[in-house]
Ligand binder design. Structure first.
Ligand code: ADP
Length: 258
């Protein structure tokens, strides 16, 4: 069921929920994540901010089940990821779209070929696939670029291809891992504007990991601040900007006004 359908039904059970999640990497006594609990509601744009080493990448890897928690539960669409077989995990991953700082496009494939890639792993017919790819490229403003190769595109265009590819399987949630960190400020604004539009039009739930408060301010509804693996503050973006009190939050806000 899409986030929009859930909203219409008034069913706001979280799309993503972490309950007392801790993560220690093999053999290490240091904690990358320490008792983190959070939940993301359907249709929300949820930011997770922290400095380098705070645990952001670890959190993303737990959400798409590339890592398992040492303790606690990670649920997507109400399903505990720990209980899934490899086949069930593959199915669930189609409901989780992902975009990356370095775009992760296949250089040997055209723009259309990149967007079609996740659909080739489903049983969609070639006609349906082509129609879907055309609609997605048009939605991200790249209808004219279908036959180009990634090397012929700007950074902003590459990230639009990444977004189109991530949406190909109609995910319930889009994970954005420092998705605008490689882009200049103007391109960042334009990509964040596209994410906001997709959120409004499709009811797409977005979890966005960043080290930049400016990104949070521009696009997020709520934000959680991670510091040394601990979630130190969570709230509506306006409240955190106005009265965020934790030193880690103050540091991120101070960096913004430089
Ligand atoms: P961020 O993405 O916020 O920079 P990370 O999740 O990458 O933070 O890292 C959190 C902590 O976990 C850091 O102390 C880092 O050194 C440690 N860490 C991350 N990945 C690994 C790994 N594969 N093995 C051991 N330690 C790791």
């Amino acid at each position: 069921m899409s986030a929009e359908q859930k909203r219409v039904r008034g069913d706001a059970s979280p799309v993503v929920r972490l309950t007392n999640v801790s993560k220690r990497y093999g053999g290490s006594t240091a904690v990358a994540l320490d008792q983190v609990s959070l939940s993301v509601s359907p249709g929300e744009i949820f930011g997770i901010i922290g400095q380098s080493g705070a645990g952001k990448s670890t959190l993303i890897r737990l959400l798409n089940a590339l890592e398992r928690p040492s303790e606690g539960q990670v649920e997507v669409d109400g399903v505990d990821l720990a209980g899934l077989s490899p086949a069930e995990l593959r199915t669930l991953r189609r409901r989780i779209g992902m975009i990356f700082q370095n775009f992760g496009l296949l250089s040997s494939r055209t723009v259309a070929g990149n967007v079609a890639f996740p659909l080739e792993l489903t049983d969609a017919t070639r006609t349906d696939r082509n129609a879907k790819v055309a609609a997605l490229l048009s939605r991200v403003g790249l209808a004219e670029y279908a036959d180009r190769y990634p090397a012929q595109l700007s950074g902003g265009q590459k990230q639009r291809v990444g977004i189109a590819r991530a949406l190909a399987t109609d995910p319930d949630v889009l994970l954005c891992d420092e998705a605008t960190s490689a882009l200049d400020p103007e391109t960042t604004r334009s990509v964040l504007g596209l994410l906001r539009d997709l959120n409004r039009e499709l009811g797409l739930t977005i979890v966005l990991i960043t080290h930049e408060m400016d990104v949070v301010r521009t696009v997020c509804d709520r934000v959680a601040v991670l510091d040394h693996g601990r979630l130190v503050e969570t709230g509506a973006v306006a409240d955190i900007f106005e009265s965020g009190a934790h030193p880690a939050t103050r540091r991120m806000l101070a960096a913004l006004s430089l």
